[in-house]
Ligand binder design. Structure first.
Ligand code: FAD
Length: 282
């Protein structure tokens, strides 16, 4: 049984890239196709939000927002993450469209040769250098992020990346498209696209009842549910995690792969449990 609220992280994007054989498919269509496949094999899909989980391995209990309850022998948590965006007026409305996320490999080719601004949040200098591969017109807005070192400034100059000082206080829009970046001194810098690395936080607020809470990611990019990289097992027996909730940086194909690996280990455990149940019965 899949219980899914249906608010996938990439829904604002026009297409999914980096997914072999499905390049450019709309995120919503990908979900529709995936759900149909699951149902075709007899799996259940329920659109609902899990509000709390309690119990233990062999007998977990789930409660949804709308008051339904379920029990499960094992759990796979695949609830993704929240992109925590800077509070800049106009930014949220353009997220996933003209404001681009932390994975340049998802859209770099599509924005090639166009002017790109980079908001200096987490490691903005390096992010600007990565985007420079696709466009010769990259501007780094220093904003309130860490100031580049002398060496980094030299590297930015060497790659002809413009650097704009000052805090970004708003985004200028026209007909729903980004036009420019407004600075604290009132100046507006023309900019049709702005990329940034948000703080990434696992969607796991419903798990404290079984002792699972997110912890800081080793790369300092946000908070995740710690899970074994091979099996997806968490610190709680009977609970696995896959996708962005566990690995903040992975894309669609990596999330699918983690889910598939975890499913095999979950199935193995259920088979072992079935053997024990049969032995007791005999
Ligand atoms: C704007 C944008 C564009 C992107 N473009 C690409 C791209 O082109 N190619 C690519 O490979 N990757 C892309 N990504 C990354 C991609 O979105 C993620 O890698 C992928 O969505 C992770 O899959 P997931 O299943 O872990 O999480 P999600 O796809 O976010 O799915 C998690 C699901 O769990 C549900 N959920 C959460 N909490 C609960 C709860 N308590 N109860 C029930 N359901 C719950 C959510 O509603 C959601 O449906 C993009 C990301 C963003 C932000």
């Amino acid at each position: 049984m899949v219980i899914d609220e249906g608010k996938q992280r990439n829904l604002p994007a026009s297409g999914v890239h980096g997914l072999l054989t499905r390049d450019g498919i709309s995120p919503a269509e990908l979900v529709t196709l995936g759900r149909a496949e699951v149902e075709g094999y007899g799996g259940g899909i329920m659109e609902a939000r899990v509000a709390s989980v309690s119990g233990e391995v062999g007998n977990f209990r789930l409660k949804t927002d709308d008051g339904q309850t379920f029990s499960a022998r094992r759990l796979l948590i695949a609830t993704g993450l929240v992109d925590e965006l800077p509070e800049i007026p106009g930014l949220r409305e353009l997220w996933g469209k003209d404001v681009l996320h932390n994975c340049p490999y998802c859209y770099g080719y599509e924005v090639r040769d166009r002017p790109i601004g980079v908001l200096n949040t987490q490691s903005g200098v390096h992010f600007a250098q990565i985007l420079r591969q696709w466009s010769a017109d990259v501007t780094l807005f220093l904003h309130t992020g860490p100031q580049p070192s002398a060496e980094e400034l030299e590297q930015l100059t060497a790659r002809e990346i413009s650097v704009v000082e000052g805090e970004v206080v708003g985004l200028e829009r026209e007909a729903g498209r980004l036009q420019g970046v407004r600075l604290a001194d009132g100046a507006v810098v023309p900019c049709p696209m702005l990329a940034l690395r948000p703080n990434l936080v696992a969607r796991a607020d419903f798990l404290p009842g079984i002792g699972l809470t997110p912890s800081e990611h080793e790369l300092g990019v946000g908070f995740h549910l710690k899970a074994d990289p091979l099996t997806g097992a968490t610190s709680v027996p009977g609970v696995w995690a896959a996708g962005n909730v566990a690995e903040l940086g992975i894309s669609v194909v990596g999330s699918m792969s983690m889910g598939e690996d975890a499913a095999k280990f979950i199935n193995g455990e259920l088979v072992d449990e079935d053997i024990q149940i049969s032995l007791k019965r005999d």
